[in-house]
Design a protein around this ligand. Sequence first.
Ligand SMILES: [Zn+2]
Length: 189
Amino acid sequence: MAPSSSSPSSSSPAAGAPAGASPVAAEAAPAPARPASPPATGAGALLVPVRGVPRSALLDTFSDARGAGRRHDAIDIIAPAGTPVLAVADGHVEKLFDSERGGLTIYQFDPARRFAYYYGHLQAYAPGLAEGQRLRRGQVIGTVGSTGNASPGAPHLHFAIFRLGPERNWWEGEPLNPFPFLRDGTAPR
Ligand SMILES: [Zn+2]
């Protein structure tokens, strides 16, 4: 990714001042000290969707093979069964789906309905979670498990991002690699 290439504004180039303090909700994450971490995760930055997992612990498994001719198209985040799964961003629950491969899954849409965030192999949904429900970034939406085709001995969250088509169908979209967004604390646009 190239650094910002936006044309500099001619008016008052406030030297080095980070563009205004965000008035939006404070970061809920307890952010441990990470001296060399990338700066500036904006309010829209994706959270790591498993509580307690640092960005630095993530592995890029997007291009791994999964069965005959299939690509993983997702990231697996290893964690003990029962670990809280967090909404990576604001949005709403578009679909709760129990599938053969994914097990208990959640499809979340972002507020602009441009992206779907997919959480798979859940042990359970958060109590009361329902389709259409609004979600706040960081909200607990379920727990890590090994439902579907995940190995019972290796519970993990399968997390994917899809760029939605014009139909906004939860079951179809262009897979985007979640890894760079989760590692760097950015969001797809
Ligand atoms: Zn997976």
